[in-house]
Design a protein around this ligand. Structure first.
Ligand SMILES: [Zn+2]
Length: 249
């Protein structure tokens, strides 16, 4: 597997099947990382594009966080991970941002894009959602840029960090949950016991408990141990009503 990191604009040898776009390194490790691991194990090429390097974070440096995101990416079996290095906590949906991201989408050619849910506490999360959606649209316009091929993802999914959304569906990540947690703890500058400002932040046990509670909650809704919730804007079409899960009774 070719491992491409460092620069978001590095060209890829083969298109991705799935691309998660996130505001900060360590977001996907808390939202859809289990699904990414599961899909990689199913044979799909998965990737993550982080829009910022978390340079406003109290702990660590952008360089360190991007380095940690590479390690987390390996743990999630990603085929590709990139970072746009846009300013953390000040993401703006500008024409330049949308066009640049559209170029990345044309380059990576994902069939499915996962975006942060469209409302949230952190402005970067909902801005990343908006920029991501509009970039997916622009990427499909032939005349956007005559030198690159148009590409429009076939499906956009939304994933959330918070336990207050009604999911359109849940992915069973019971077999991937522990590894998703290990991917999150690759960010030792953020979650290491000795990291700066450790007294201001919840410790590892608290984070594990919190994320396990959220994954258990959604897993329980779907009749499995751990689950990750996704929202889609379209209605889901079903071909086989006999194979529907979970059980009703
Ligand atoms: Zn975030």
């Amino acid at each position: 597997m070719r491992w491409q990191l460092e620069f978001a604009s590095a060209s890829v040898d083969r298109p991705l099947d799935i691309l998660a776009i996130a505001a900060h390194p360590d977001d996907v490790e808390q939202t859809c990382g289990g699904t990414l691991i599961r899909m990689a194990e199913a044979g799909y090429r998965t990737g993550v594009l982080d829009l910022t390097a978390g340079d406003m974070g109290t702990r660590g440096t952008p360089e360190r966080r991007v380095e940690e995101s590479h390690e987390a990416g390996r743990r999630m079996k990603l085929a590709w991970r990139g970072n746009m290095y846009w300013p953390d906590a000040r993401l703006e949906n500008t024409t330049t941002a949308r066009m640049t991201l559209a170029g990345e989408i044309r380059n990576l050619k994902p069939r499915v894009v996962i975006l942060p849910y469209w409302t949230g506490r952190h402005p970067d999360h909902y801005r990343a959602c908006e920029i991501g959606y509009e970039a997916c649209f622009l990427a499909g316009l032939k005349k956007l840029d005559e030198t690159t091929e148009p590409h429009r993802p076939q499906k956009i999914l939304y994933s959330s960090l918070y336990a207050n959304i009604a999911p359109s569906f849940v992915v069973d990540i019971s077999a991937q949950f522990e590894r998703r947690m290990e991917a999150l703890f690759a960010y030792t500058s953020q979650y290491g016991a000795g990291s700066e400002g450790a007294d201001l932040f919840p410790d590892r046990a608290e984070i594990e408990e919190r994320l396990a509670a959220i994954a258990r909650f959604y897993g329980n809704l779907a009749g499995v141990k751990y689950g990750e919730p996704f929202v889609i804007k379209e209605t889901m079409r079903v071909d086989d009503i006999v194979a529907l899960a979970p059980r009703s009774l």
